[in-house]
Design a protein around this ligand. Structure first.
Ligand SMILES: Nc1nc2c(ncn2[C@@H]2O[C@H](COP(=O)(O)OP(=O)(O)OP(=O)(O)O)[C@@H](O)[C@H]2O)c(=O)[nH]1
Ligand SMILES: [Mg+2]
Length: 350
C-alpha cells in the first residue's frame, strides 16, 4: 500500500515528502529516489512501554511517493505523471496556503485546477473502458454487465464534475473498477500547507481547504511542511525548543502520517515483550491469521490461536498478569477480526 503526493508545482510536496521520510527507514532496493518510507508515530507504543520495559520500539510504516507537480496553466498532466498516480492506493493532495511565492494564494482555485485535470484523465479511461465493456456485454461475458453499470455510473458523476469516489458502488462494481486505477475513485487527503505564522490556529485559507475536503468526500489536515521538514532534522531537545518558540506543544507531522495510514485503510495491532514493542500493519477488516502473516508467513501457516487484549486495558491495569486476572485476556481463533489497538500473542506450531 502506497500513497502518492500530488498537487500543483511549488506547493511544498517535496518538503512534505522529506519531512515524512526523514526519520523513516530506507529500503536499499529502492531504485526510485521519489519513493520513501515514513514512520507512523504512535502514542500507543509509548503507552505500552510505560507498562513494560523493552529493548526497542518499532513503529508502523507507510510508503509515500513524491509525484511531479502539475504546472498551473501549463501543458496539463503528462502520461508518466498520470501513470504514477494510477499506481498508488491513495492521494495526498498538497495545497499551497502559504504566502511569499509572488503568486496569489488561491487554495480552492488550485484544488479545482488539479482535480479537473484528474477528472479529465479518468474520463478518457472510462470512455474507452465503457466501449470495450459494452462489446463484451453483448458477447454475453458474465462480469461485463457489472462493469458497464459501474462505468456508466462513473461517466455520470464525472460529467457533473464530481470525482468517482462520490458515486456509490456495489462491491461487485468496485471489483470491476479496481484494475482501471481510476484516480478520482481513490481516497484523498487534502493537506493545507500553511505558512509558519499560521500553525497555531486555522487560517482562512486552511479553512477553505477543509470545507472543500468535507464537501468532496476527502480528508483534511493542515501542516507547515517546510517547518516540519526542519523539525524532523532536529534532536528532541532542539525540537522542543523550536516548537515552544512557535507556541506549539507538538509537531503536526504525526497527525499527517496517521491520516495517510487511515486513508490507506490500514490499522495497527501490536506485539509487546522484553525484546520489542512493535506496531504491525493490517488492512481494516483483516482476520487474526492475516495479522499473523504480517509478522511471518510461518506464523500464519501454523497459527493455532492468539491471546489478545486491548492497549486501553493495559493502560488501566498496568500489566498483563492483572489483565489476565481481570478476565480481559481473550483467546481468539482464526476467524477473529483484528481491531485497532489489539495487543496479540500469536500461538503457532510449525
Ligand atoms: N513558507 C513556506 N514555504 C514553503 C512551505 N513548504 C514549501 N515551501 C517553499 O516552497 C518552495 C517549493 O517547495 P517544494 O517542497 O520544493 O515544492 P514542490 O511542490 O515539491 O515543488 P515541485 O516539485 O517543483 O512541484 C520551496 O522554496 C519551499 O521552501 C511552507 O510550508 N511554508
Ligand atoms: Mg517537488
Amino acid at each position: 500500500m502506497e500513497a502518492g503526493i500530488v498537487g500543483l508545482t511549488q506547493t511544498g510536496k517535496t518538503a512534505l515528502f522529506n519531512a515524512l521520510t526523514a526519520a523513516g527507514a530506507t529500503e536499499a532496493n529502492y531504485t526510485k529516489p521519489n519513493v520513501g518510507i515514513a514512520n507512523v508515530p504512535d502514542a500507543r507504543l509509548t503507552q505500552i512501554n510505560q507498562c513494560m520495559e523493552t529493548e526497542k520500539i518499532v513503529p508502523a510504516t507507510i510508503r509515500v511517493v513524491d509525484i511531479a507537480g502539475l504546472a498551473p496553466g501549463g501543458e496539463g498532466a503528462g502520461n508518466r505523471m498520470l501513470a504514477e498516480i494510477r499506481n498508488v492506493d491513495a492521494i495526498v493532495h498538497v495545497v499551497r496556503c502559504f504566502e511569499g511565492t509572488g503568486e496569489k494564494v488561491d487554495p480552492v482555485g488550485d484544488i479545482e485546477t488539479v482535480d479537473l485535470e484528474l477528472m479529465a484523465a479518468d474520463q478518457k479511461v472510462v470512455v474507452n473502458a465503457l466501449d470495450k465493456a459494452r462489446k463484451q456485454a453483448r458477447t454475453g461475458e458474465k462480469s461485463a454487465k457489472a462493469r458497464v453499470e459501474a462505468l456508466e455510473h462513473c461517466e455520470q458523476v464525472l460529467e457533473e464534475l464530481k470525482p468517482c469516489r462520490a458515486a456509490d458502488f456495489t462491491e461487485e462494481q468496485q471489483r470491476e473498477l479496481k484494475s482501471l486505477g481510476l484516480i478520482t475513485a481513490k481516497p484523498v487527503l487534502y493537506v493545507a500547507n500553511v505558512g509558519e505564522d499560521d500553525v497555531a490556529t486555522e487560517s482562512d485559507h486552511a479553512k477553505q481547504v477543509r470545507e472543500h475536503a468535507e464537501a468532496n468526500d476527502g480528508q483534511f489536515v493542515a501542516v507547515c511542511a517546510s517547518l516540519e521538514a526542519e523539525l524532523s532534522e532536529l534532536d528532541d531537545a532542539d525540537k522542543l525548543e523550536m516548537l515552544e518558540s512557535l507556541g506549539l506543544t507538538e509537531p503536526a507531522l504525526p497527525k499527517v502520517a496517521q491520516a495517510i495510514y487511515d486513508l490507506l485503510g490500514l490499522q495497527s495491532f501490536y506485539t509487546a515483550g522484553p525484546k520489542e514493542i512493535r506496531a504491525w500493519t493490517v488492512l481494516k477488516g483483516a482476520n487474526i491469521r492475516e495479522a499473523a502473516g504480517a509478522i511471518h508467513s510461518d506464523i500464519e501457516r501454523g497459527f493455532i490461536r492468539a491471546e489478545v487484549y486491548q492497549v486501553d486495558d493495559l493502560i488501566e491495569l498496568k500489566n498483563e498478569a492483572a489483565i489476565k486476572s481481570a478476565g480481559k485476556l481473550r483467546m481468539e481463533g482464526k476467524e477473529y477480526l483484528v481491531t485497532d489497538g489489539d495487543v496479540c500473542h500469536m500461538l503457532f506450531n510449525v
